[in-house]
Design a binder for this molecule. Sequence first.
Ligand code: COA
Length: 424
Amino acid sequence: MTKALEGVRILDFTHVQSGPTCTQLLAWFGADVIKIERPGGGDITRGQLVDVKGADSLYFTMLNHNKRSITVDSKNPQGKFVIEELIKTCDVLVENFAPGALDRMGFTWEHISSLNPRIIVASIKGFGPGPYEDCKVYENVAQCTGGSASTTGFRDGPPLVTGAQIGDSGTGLHLALGIVTALYHRTHSGKGQRVSVAMQDSVLNLCRVKLRDQQRLKAGPLTEYSQFGEGIPFGDATPRAGNDSGGGQPGRILKCKGAPDDPNAYIYFITQAPVWEKICDVIGEPTWKTDPEYATPKARLPKLNEIFARIEAWTMSMTKFEAMDILNKYDIPCGPILSMKELAEDASLRNTGTVVEVDHPTRGKYLSVGNPIKLSDSVSEVKRSPLLGEHTEEILRDVLKLSPGQIGDIRQSGAIGGAREAAE
Ligand code: COA
C-alpha cells in the first residue's frame, strides 16, 4: 500500500507547535519531511518542559514524528548554499518564523521561486496584513484575538482560553489543507504559489458560530443562551455562554455520581428536540411530553435551568458511563467528560491508532496522538521524532548528492552541526 503523499518532499523550516503540527500531518501521509534546525539547540521545544533529563521533551517528540532532522545555520553562506540546494529539490517549504525573518535570511519569495518555480511556500503568521502584521504570536494570543476567549467561559467570569490548541494546532491544520490544495493546483498550473494562514483567522474560522450569533443579536436576544431564560439582557457583542451548546439544541454539563469530588464525573447532555419525549420518559417526567409548558422547544427556553436541574438529579444517580449507556439506547445525544487519563487508557483509541505508543532511543516509551485522519488506502504509521541533526549527513549525501569532500568543507565552515548533537 503506498502512502498518499509519497514522493512529496517538504522543507520544514517550522518550530514550536503551529508549523510542526502541519508538517507532521504531511509526514504521516508519507511526505519526506526534512526539518531544518539551528545547530546547537534546534527547535526550542526540544528543551522545553523536559520530563526526562537529557532527552527531547514530549512537546517536541509529539509534534515531530516521521521527520528527518538536518542542522543548518541559515545565516552562514555555506548554510545558505545547503538550503538553496534543498529548495531546488523540495516541493514545499513550510515556515512559521516571526514576520520578516525568512526575508532577513535572504529567502524572499522571489528568490525561492527563482530557484524552484514549482515550489509552494507555506507560512503561518500571527496576523494577516493590517495593524498587527509584524507581531509575534503564541497560542493564547491567537485565542484572544480570534474571538475564542471573548466567547468562552461564563458570563459572570473573565474571558477564558481553551485547552484545545486551536491557535497553534488549529492553524497548522488549516495550513496543511492549503498546502495539499496548492499541490493539487500545481498539477494543472505547473507552478508553485504562496500559502499563508494567520492564526487569528484560523481561530475566527473555528469561532464561526459566534460571528453568526453576533449578527443574530440585531434581530433580538439569543433565545437558546441560558442568559435569555434567566432574563438577563444581552449587550452588543456575543456573550460568553458557559456550557450552552453552540447549536440550536440546548445543552449543559451535568454532574454524575462522584461529582464534584471527581473533577471529571460529568456528562454533556443535549435536550435535542426530536428526542424530547424519550428524555421525559428516561428522567421520569412523562407528563412533560404533553404539558404545554414543556412540550415545545420554545416553551422550554425560559425554563432551561429548571429542566437541566431535573435532568441532573437523574444523572447524579449514576456514573457518567452508566448514563451514557442508557441515553445511547434512546439516541439521546450525550458525552461523558473524559479525562486525559481515561483517553490515554482508552482501548478503542489505541486500536484505531489515534493514541499510539512510540519508542524513543533516549526517552523510552511514551504515548502520542497519532494521525486522527484515516485514509482507507494509505496507512499512517507513527515513527519517532528525529534526534537533533540525526540526518544531516544522510541528507547532504543522499538528497543533495554532495561528495564527502564537499560535506567536509561545509562542516569546516560551521554551517552544519554534528550528527546526534542532542546526545553530545
Ligand atoms: N539558523 C540561523 N538562524 C535561525 C535558524 C537557523 N537554522 N532558524 C531560525 N533562525 C533565526 C531567525 O532567522 C530569527 O532571526 P532574526 O530575528 O535575526 O531574523 C531568529 O532565529 C528567531 O526567529 P523567530 O521566529 O523570531 O523566533 P522567536 O523565538 O523569537 O519567536 C514565535 C517565536 C513563535 C513567536 C515567532 O516565530 C512567530 O511569531 N511565528 C509566527 C506565528 C507562530 O507560528 N506562532 C506560534 C508558534 S507555536
